[in-house]
Design a protein around this ligand. Structure first.
Ligand code: ZN
Length: 162
């Protein structure tokens, strides 16, 4: 059992793309999918980011991704990495807000964790709060219910660039 804060590693290109997409959609919310692998020490390494997609719908405090497009992108990344890069979780913005988990974000994270198709027990949720050129990113991860109890379903992670 570990109590220290674990890390999520973001490739420099990943952070640049997240900020670009966040800027473009502002003042509306946007988001997408995080792709990479889970290292032997259990830390997530994000190598690529998929955006909301061309047919996504954006509102002030929610967005509806272009799911079919995202799946195609995920397939392409899986193939081009010889099956090494997989779905790690989701990311989205809170325009003019803080990068904290809303109750809806918690519900989404629980749903992802339960969804067998995601094949990941502890999905990531990366949230960017703020406005163009002033985003603050915070990473959260779905934790196991058995370990932390039903009232504490997420834990904050340390974000590191590489
Ligand atoms: Zn949110």
């Amino acid at each position: 059992m570990r109590s220290r804060i674990e890390s999520v590693w973001l490739h420099g290109n990943v952070l640049a793309q997240l900020e670009r997409e966040a800027d473009l959609a502002y003042p509306l919310e946007t988001g997408g999918v995080l792709v990479g692998y889970v290292a032997d020490n259990n830390e997530s390494v994000v190598h690529a980011v998929i955006g909301a997609g061309p047919k996504a719908l954006h509102a002030r405090a929610r967005f509806e991704p272009d799911h079919a497009w995202q799946c195609e992108q995920l397939d392409d990344l899986f193939k081009s990495s010889s099956g090494q890069w997989v779905y790690l979780g989701d990311w989205h913005t809170h325009p003019d807000g803080r990068p904290k988990m809303s109750w809806l974000d918690r519900r989404t994270l629980r749903r992802i964790a339960k969804h067998s198709g995601a094949r990941i027990a502890h999905p990531l949720m990366l949230i960017g709060g703020g406005s163009p050129a002033a985003w603050t990113w915070a990473a959260h991860r779905g934790a196991s219910v058995s370990r932390l109890g039903p009232r504490c379903l997420t834990e904050a992670l340390d974000i590191r660039a590489f």
